[in-house]
Design a protein. Structure first.
Length: 131
């Protein structure tokens, strides 16, 4: 087996998994604030949902990383390793970014619904009858 491909696989997995764990940790830590607000201060429910979102994030991204592991062609030398690695890492970062924005969209929708639910109902206009 070509040593360059082994180096490529090792670097790809290490970088892609580290990037995934870092993004998930950031989302978990900073998403909690939004979820607590969405669930009207129920921190237990917010923490549970936050954990489930992170688990789903891991499953989707690590699944993608594993499916994307296979090299499309021969990898020759250091240049080939870095060219293929940069292309794959670019795609992984785009997928992580898309997942991040989908999570933000979900959190923003939940927050908007929570704010609308917390608003008092509209007051009907008072009709004045002149005598």
């Amino acid at each position: 087996m070509n040593h360059a491909i082994i180096i490529h696989y090792t670097l790809y997995l290490a970088l892609a998994l580290c990037m995934t764990f870092w993004v998930a940790r950031t989302l978990h830590k900073n998403g909690r604030v939004f979820l607590v607000e969405c669930f009207h201060g129920d921190t237990h429910l917010a923490d549970s949902v936050n954990h489930l979102l992170v688990v789903g994030f891991y499953l989707v991204n690590i699944g993608f990383i594993c499916l994307f592991l296979r090299a499309a062609g021969e990898v020759d030398g250091a240049r080939g390793v870095f060219e293929m690695l940069s292309g794959k890492m670019g795609v992984v970062m785009l997928v992580l970014g898309a997942m991040h924005f989908m999570n933000l969209l979900l959190l923003a929708r939940m927050r908007r619904r929570a704010r609308l639910a917390a608003m008092p109902p509209p007051v009907p206009p008072v009709l004045r009858v002149s005598a």
